[in-house]
Design a protein around this ligand. Structure first.
Ligand code: AMP
Ligand code: TRP
Length: 341
């Protein structure tokens, strides 16, 4: 059976981009057709300036929202990365396979480190090595497919390179995975700046729709989305990025396609209104289920505990094989210790 692995970072409140670009496909498609693992990658949240209490809060919230969006622990495995030591164990081995140059070429590293320096902050070493930990997340489970939005394809490419290199040097150990982006909404853009991604860690709230935004807040944000000064509704990402983004969001929410939806509208106002309502409707059941789950934190904790146990059992043998393959001796067990004496 195909194995799927994906993850979400608890660095901010989850957004419509996370939902349309990733979570929705995990719940609607992946968990039903594959042996799937979905991970709240909390260690990755420590790669930038962080507040411990906030990371704890956001990790719990992300877990609750993953379940609210339809992940079913009977069908898939939901867990926290830091609960399974195999991720960091394998990450070190992969650091011995990856190169410094490879890390510095990662677009996300270049962007985030530049931002951090601009703010006068320092860049954590873990920000540079982050893609290796991500590769470990994926390779530790022998995942075949990694359903992620567009922004992560470079990291999945790196994961493939590391898997191939490791296998060539030390013998076949890892499955070589591939990224599987969604057909629509692989990159939902910021409503106030449609040339940049709707990212949860950005500071500009008005351009970001959060999964837990009240319906009226969602409406306001969509109605105020930046378009251009034209009037023609056409799907052209280059010339009309704001309109294209709205069309993509609407298409993703209603199951249509952006080109044919463009033909339906003759004003930006009408497009915005329908998009706002479509988003409100898509979020409604997620928010309702989230409220129910918040009233039952013990259930969510139980899911995470069982999930970590299942994940550990899957990752352990693969990571142990990698330790042996790269040249590390197995720990000496009690009987052979006494035999040696
Ligand atoms: P992150 O928010 O970086 O932890 O991302 C979690 C998942 O959501 C990844 O698969 C991302 O590719 C996806 N994702 C995040 N932001 C967007 C966006 N604006 N559009 C589409 N997918 C996104
Ligand atoms: N780097 C991913 C992001 O920022 C999150 C992530 C970490 C991930 N490990 C992963 C996604 C493994 C897929 C598979 O969105």
């Amino acid at each position: 059976m195909t194995r799927v692995f994906s993850g979400v970072k608890p660095t901010g409140h989850l957004t419509l981009g996370n939902y349309l670009g990733a979570m929705r496909q995990w719940a609607a498609v992946d968990q039903h057709r594959a042996d799937s693992l979905f991970c709240i990658v909390d260690l990755h949240a420590l790669t930038v300036d962080h507040d411990p209490a906030r990371v704890r809060r956001l990790s719990r919230q992300a877990a609750t929202l993953l379940l609210a969006s339809g992940l079913d622990p009977e069908l898939c495995t939901v867990f926290l990365q830091s609960h399974v030591d195999e991720h960091t164990r394998l990450s070190y081995l992969l650091e011995c396979v990856a190169t410094d140059g490879e890390m510095r070429r990662m677009i996300q590293y270049k962007e985030k480190s530049a931002q951090e320096r601009e703010r006068g902050g320092s860049v954590r070493l873990s920000l540079l090595t982050y893609p290796v930990l991500m590769a470990a997340d994926i390779l530790a489970y022998g995942a075949d497919e990694v359903p992620v939005g567009d922004d992560q394809t470079q990291h999945v490419e790196l994961t493939r390179d590391l898997a191939v290199r490791f296998n060539q040097r030390y013998g076949h150990t890892f499955v070589v995975p591939k990224a599987t982006p969604p057909k629509v909404a692989a990159r939902v853009m910021n409503l106030q700046d449609p040339t940049s991604k709707m990212g949860k860690s950005d500071d500009s709230g008005p351009g970001i729709v959060y999964l837990l935004d009240e319906p009226d807040v969602v409406r306001k944000k969509v109605m105020r989305a930046v378009t251009d000064s034209g009037r023609v509704v056409e799907y052209d990402r280059e010339a009309r990025p704001g309109v294209a983004n709205l069309l993509e969001i609407l298409a993703a929410c209603t199951g249509g396609n952006p080109e044919s939806l463009a033909a339906v509208y003759d004003s930006y106002g009408a497009l915005k209104k329908d998009t706002a309502e479509a988003v409100v409707e898509v979020l409604r059941p997620v928010q309702a289920r989230h409220r129910e789950l918040c009233a039952d934190p013990a259930y969510v904790e139980g899911v995470l505990r069982d999930g970590a146990e299942k994940a550990r059992a899957m990752a352990r043998p693969i990571v142990d094989t990698a330790y042996r393959a790269i040249g590390l001796l197995p720990p000496v067990s009690e009987p052979s210790l006494s035999a040696a004496r």
